[in-house]
Ligand binder design. Structure first.
Ligand code: RIB
Length: 347
């Protein structure tokens, strides 16, 4: 059975095609009684509007694009939940794209979203600079950087102060008496990772300057870099195998991981190798996803306001879509929060 046309709806309701179009696009321009007659006719005929035809006429779909680094990471599903809630309030839908931390794949998705004439794009970019993104913005598609600080004033962004987050994590481990710290992270093109490491290094350097050594100057604070290929649970597991094989006196006694998935993979791998958490190695992650608190040893983490990030970014994008040239770009920055649990506190 074919979908009914606007003409068939107009005929059944006894109105013009223009009136049916008004009910769909400018319902306030139609009297309540006429609007009800048209809606009844639509229900009776099983009418479904042709969004593609409407988008063709208006030049834009009622869709927002959301490009995330890793759709399997609960951080991004929480962010997406915030984006989707705001989009739905405005009668819009969200097309979710997973770049999987892969630059070329991200470029393909951006090209697709522009071809689809989405109203705007939210993106956590793989690379700091992105020529394709600049071209898309130049051709008139609004873009808001999500969980990534804009380096230009003429770009909107919503992010968390990751340098502060890294500092909070390292200061917490130093306050527990640790001196041999490790930073587990990778994909340095991801600015969040580089900024978390920068904050941790600042805290360790400050501790070294202020005589953070043990009594008798036994050991100066240090931060060893443990590089991983991606911010995933599997990468954490593989890093655990490397760390467990290290002689204990050389191994960091505390690890700050660039996100919770890495920390949870490390926790599982180190525990399987007989390394006690936190007794032998303390752990702290980043994001404070729901699984952090539920871990075998509840994971300390640096909390990001995930759904709030998504909501604020979507609201900024819709503002820019609505205001056009009049829009005043903003770079919103949230503070992270230290959440202390059993994985980093010496009993
Ligand atoms: O995707 C990598 C990480 O970057 C996420 O865990 C989240 O912390 C984001 O900022």
């Amino acid at each position: 059975m074919a979908i009914a046309s606007i003409k068939e709806v107009a005929k059944l309701a006894g109105v013009s095609v223009g009136t049916v179009s008004n009910v769909l696009n400018r319902p306030d321009a139609v009297s309540p009684a006429t609007r009800e007659r048209v809606l009844n006719a639509m229900n009776e005929l099983g009418f479904v509007r042709n969004e593609s035809a409407r988008a063709l006429r208006s030049g834009r779909t009622r869709t927002l694009g959301l490009v995330v680094l890793d759709v399997t990471n609960p951080f991004f599903t929480d962010v997406a939940k915030g984006v989707e809630a705001v989009a739905a309030d405005h009668g819009m839908i969200v097309t979710l794209c997973n770049s999987d931390q892969d630059g070329p794949r991200e470029q393909r998705y951006l090209h697709h979203l522009e071809e689809q004439r989405v109203q705007g794009i939210l993106i956590t970019p793989v690379e700091r600079e992105n020529e394709r993104l600049e071209q898309i913005i130049g051709r008139g598609t609004p873009v808001v950087l999500l969980d990534h600080r804009a380096t230009r004033r003429n770009r909107c962004s919503v992010a968390v102060d990751d340098v502060l987050g890294g500092r909070l994590a390292a200061e917490h481990l130093l306050a527990q008496g640790h001196r041999r710290l490790g930073f587990v992270g990778g994909s340095w093109s991801i600015s969040q990772v580089a900024e978390r490491h920068k904050g941790a290094a600042q805290a360790v350097e400050a501790a070294a300057r202020t005589g953070g050594q043990e009594e008798g100057g036994a050991e100066a604070p240090s931060l060893t870099l443990i590089e991983v290929p991606s911010l995933s649970f599997a990468s954490g597991r593989h890093a655990a195998e490397r760390l467990a094989a290290m002689p204990a006196p050389e191994r960091p006694t505390a690890l700050f991981c660039a996100n919770d998935l890495l920390a949870l993979g490390l926790m599982q791998g180190l525990t399987a190798a007989g390394v006690r958490i936190p007794g032998d190695v303390a752990l702290i992650g980043y994001d404070d996803i729901d699984y952090a608190a539920a871990a075998a040893v509840p994971l300390s983490s640096i909390r990001q306001p995930r759904q709030e990030l998504g909501r604020v970014a979507a609201e900024l994008l819709l503002e820019e879509i609505d205001e056009g040239e009049r829009h005043r770009h903003r770079q919103v920055l949230f503070d992270p929060e230290l959440v202390i649990r059993g994985s980093s506190v010496r009993r």
